[in-house]
Design a protein around this ligand. Structure first.
Ligand SMILES: Cc1ncc(C[n+]2csc(CCOP(=O)(O)OP(=O)(O)O)c2C)c(N)n1
Length: 282
């Protein structure tokens, strides 16, 4: 679940064009929706239904949607770094003007492929943005127990432009991503954006008793003070860009859209058994 981290996917994807690429992670539903996926087809994929983005064969962690530039989620931590970097190489070679964004959690900072890709991306000035979502926990382990040194300095060591942003502030994420995407499009090369964030729920749906690795107080504090949606709503109200009534209309419309998508997915048929070996092997 991506709850608590929404401002990163939304802020970054708002700075992209439909044809720009993203690659995603095991926590990828937010990236998928923010890049423009249909909730109906996404939920159908989650349930393994024929109507889903990958005809039900991808499931929760392998949704791809080429129509919106989503090259796919990847269950392997760090697994999509090479894919995003390769997509950026193709964009540069073919001069398409596209940018590729690689979303990954701070757990992927321990994967060697990230540094191989940093090296090539900077050498070849590829239009790729590495967006690190630091929600502070690599599964059940605080990142300070696994990660030495300063995180952006790792990218900066390759000469890559590296910034840090409050990942709970959608306006700040958008501003940073827009600057870095423009820069990449101009041919000025890759960037690394560290987004400080927090996942409000468990690592997965069964991760209910979390007190052996983080305190309830910490969770409640993040919720009370740093919720990206509540904070953005408060800002809109303070700027008189929206009032309470218009915000609750948006909430209600979204609830209807999600309920309809869920019903669509539940009612949709499973693929027939003769589909089992189709589109999965070449
Ligand atoms: C190569 C690899 N090692 C281990 C795992 C098991 N695993 C799945 S998610 C995860 C934690 C990843 O933490 P992080 O990258 O910080 O992402 P988060 O779950 O915090 O969003 C691990 C270790 C995996 N999927 N792939």
């Amino acid at each position: 679940m991506y709850i608590g981290e929404e401002a990163i996917a939304v802020g970054v994807c708002e700075a992209l064009r439909r044809e720009d690429y993203i690659t995603s992670t095991h926590r990828g539903h937010g990236h998928c929706l923010a890049k423009g996926a249909s909730p109906k087809l996404m939920f159908a994929e989650l349930l393994g239904k024929e109507a889903g983005y990958c005809r039900g064969k991808g499931g929760s962690m392998h949704i791809a949607d080429p129509a919106t530039g989503n090259l796919g989620a990847n269950a392997i931590v760090g697994g999509s770094v090479g894919i995003a970097t390769g997509a950026a190489l193709s964009a540069k070679t073919l001069k398409t003007g596209q940018v590729a964004v690689c979303f990954f959690g701070e757990g992927a900072l321990g994967q060697g492929v990230l540094y191989e890709c940093f090296n090539l991306a900077q050498l070849w000035k590829l239009p790729v943005m590495y967006v690190c979502e630091n929600n502070m926990y690599n599964e059940y382990t605080h990142f300070s127990e696994t990660t030495a040194g300063d995180i952006p300095s790792r990218a900066a060591a390759f000469g890559i432009k590296a910034d840090t942003v409050d990942g709970q502030d959608v306006r700040a994420v958008f501003a940073a991503a827009a600057t870095l995407a423009d820069r990449a499009r101009r041919g000025d090369g890759p960037a690394f954006l560290l987004c400080e964030t927090y996942r409000y729920r468990g690592h997965h749906v069964g991760d209910i008793n979390r007190e052996y690795y983080r305190s309830k107080k910490e969770e409640q504090q993040w919720l009370a003070e740093n919720d990206p949606i509540r904070n953005f709503s408060a800002w809109l109200k303070a700027q008189k860009l929206a009032d309470a009534a218009s915000l609750s209309t948006i909430d209600a419309e979204l609830k209807v859209e999600m309920d309809e998508a869920m019903k669509f997915a539940i009612a949709a048929p499973y693929p027939s058994t003769d589909q089992v070996d189709q589109d999965v092997y070449a």
